[in-house]
Ligand binder design. Structure first.
Ligand SMILES: Cc1cc2nc3c(=O)[nH]c(=O)nc-3n(C[C@H](O)[C@H](O)[C@H](O)COP(=O)(O)OP(=O)(O)OC[C@H]3O[C@@H](n4cnc5c(N)ncnc54)[C@H](O)[C@@H]3O)c2cc1C
Length: 432
């Protein structure tokens, strides 16, 4: 397979957003670490309220997971509703679910307000059942979601599944019409430009290497040392996701960086694209070790999964390409002779309890743990925390829940345990 080890989405961004080459300011009200959906959404909201804000990005704007993902703007959370309610109680979970719906509205609103050309479309998502038992559980799940959140999901029996997907391997499906699709690289570039128009200053190629709290004349502030000099900030917002470094060790210990990989085929004929994905849904399957896939706006099949559990490297990207192609052909034998033109990888930000989290750590604001829901959730959380920094009441349910660290001394940043996690999920998929 001679695919380019390149992110397809990046090839669709004619004018990437760029930071300024000006020197760093001596001081700023808020320093945001990381220019992904979360940091940029926060920067836009802060700047709109007149707050001087500098976004410090180690690489290029949007370089992290935000330009590498599947572009699925999804409702709900990673964990099933009964488990969430058992853990956090009905009222908190109702607010979490409402936030997940609100977060999609927010992405749509930003795209409209800022006129971002990023193929945002409310095409809905389809979850497909890999086993009869998975399909059997859909009815109860949909009924519970209707009852608890007044949100409707539609069950699709196997006999009608061809209206949704050109594959015969699944046992049925469940559709949520509220979810959307987007070109994530165009969206994050648009978000960056919007935050700059609002007055935020973006500094790319500016790696934060150390942050120290200090007090001057009774005022608390932070000295932020970067690869481009240092600045003083009244508040710091850590929006560094799965790429969080040892510059913020307390946060780094709480995030598990998990690799996910994507291939994109050559452009398909309109007829074949329609056959594979007749309603243009964002699709994922019911396994733990799942596949997610969709058509791109120019009708390529984009097919992703956790083909390797390690964060991306040249080796894992190359190995993943063939594994994912085999997975794709298993779902869609029609693509047996279709060329795979692109393959790339990225790192997902998982927390140890598989939940998003926000709040304060070592006196600094943070938000992460979005896993496969970060397009919408990171946008929402960034804007929400910007409000909190400006003094709004914190009604964010994700800042109220406990934020567990690594169990039994297992520290994140050490990747040796990830293949074990991969094996664990494969075994779970076999038995459940
Ligand atoms: C392959 C893949 C597929 C995915 N698919 C989907 C999907 O379809 N739908 C969905 O909702 N979510 C998906 N996700 C998850 C989603 O992309 C992330 O949750 C989301 O992008 C997180 O955004 P963020 O702004 O928090 O972090 P990021 O976009 O990762 O940004 C963090 C930034 O911080 C910077 N940084 C880190 N440390 C420092 C430092 N010390 N100094 C300066 N800068 C620093 C990094 O360089 C990086 O650019 C996927 C992720 C991957 C990897």
């Amino acid at each position: 397979m001679n695919s380019k080890e390149t992110n397809y989405w990046l090839e669709t961004v004619p004018k990437p957003a760029q930071g300024t080459s000006d020197p760093l300011p001596e001081s700023v009200d808020v320093a945001v670490v990381g220019a992904g959906f979360c940091g940029l959404s926060a920067a836009r909201a802060l700047a709109q309220r007149g707050v001087p804000v500098a976004v410090l990005e180690a690489e290029t704007v949007g370089w992290g997971a935000s330009c590498r993902n599947g572009g699925m703007v999804l409702t709900g959370m990673k964990l099933p509703v009964p488990k969430l309610i058992a853990r956090y109680g009905r009222e908190t979970v109702q607010r979490m679910y409402a936030a997940s719906l609100e977060s999609i509205d927010l992405v749509e609103q930003i795209v409209k307000e800022e006129d971002i050309d990023c193929a945002f479309s409310r095409c809905g998502h389809l979850e497909v059942a890999c086993k009869q038992s998975h399909f059997a559980a859909y009815s109860a799940a949909a009924a519970r979601i209707q009852r608890e959140f007044n949100h409707e999901l539609r069950i699709v029996p196997k006999s009608e599944l061809r209206q949704e997907i050109g594959s015969d391997i699944y046992f049925g499906g469940m559709v949520d019409e509220t979810s959307a699709g987007v070109n994530p690289a165009q969206y994050v570039a648009g978000l960056a430009k919007a935050s700059q128009r609002a007055g935020a200053r973006l500094y790319d190629h500016t790696r934060v290497v150390d942050i120290k709290a200090e007090a001057k004349n009774g005022n608390h502030r932070f000295r932020v040392a970067t690869s481009r000099g240092s600045l003083v900030a009244k508040a710091v917002f850590l929006a560094s996701g799965a790429y969080t470094t040892s510059a913020t060790p307390a946060l780094r210990r709480k995030v598990i960086p998990i690799g996910s990989y994507i291939i994109a085929t050559e452009i398909l004929s309109l007829d074949l694209a329609r056959e594979l994905c007749p309603r243009n849904r964002m699709i994922y399957d019911s396994k733990h070790f799942l596949y997610y896939y969709r058509l791109t706006p120019d009708n390529r099949m984009l097919f992703g999964g956790r083909a390797a559990f390690f964060p991306e490297s040249e080796n894992t990207v190359r190995e993943s390409a063939e594994l994912l192609r085999q997975g794709m052909i298993c779902v869609y034998p029609q693509l047996r002779d279709t060329k795979v033109e692109f393959v790339w990888g990225g790192t997902l930000d998982f927390a140890f309890d598989v939940m998003p989290h926000s709040g304060k750590i070592d006196g600094m604001y943070f938000a992460l743990g979005f896993a496969g829901h970060g397009v919408a959730a990171a946008t929402w959380m960034g804007a929400k925390l910007a409000g909190v920094i400006c003094g709004d009441p914190d009604d964010n349910p994700f800042s109220e829940i406990p934020f567990p660290g690594a169990p039994i001394g297992l520290r994140s940043g050490q990747t040796w345990a990830l293949p074990l996690a991969g094996m664990y999920y494969r075994v779970l998929d076999y038995f459940t």
